[in-house]
Design a protein around this ligand. Structure first.
Ligand SMILES: [Zn+2]
Length: 54
């Protein structure tokens, strides 16, 4: 499961949200610190990962 990293625009808190890719569109991340929904996605690294089942 990919981990999405967000940063709060209000308090600059950085937090991670685990979410399935197919549920990402329904994801409403909120800052765990100030409960703000004004968060922005941080640059992610998981796109570079290739899922392997070996
Ligand atoms: Zn915040």
């Amino acid at each position: 499961m990919p981990v999405y990293e967000f940063q709060c625009k209000k308090c600059s808190e950085v937090f991670e949200v685990k979410c399935r890719v197919e549920e990402y569109s329904k994801l409403k991340p909120t800052c765990p610190k100030c409960k703000s929904e004004e968060v922005e996605r941080k640059i992610s690294t998981f796109y570079a990962q290739t899922e392997s089942k070996t």
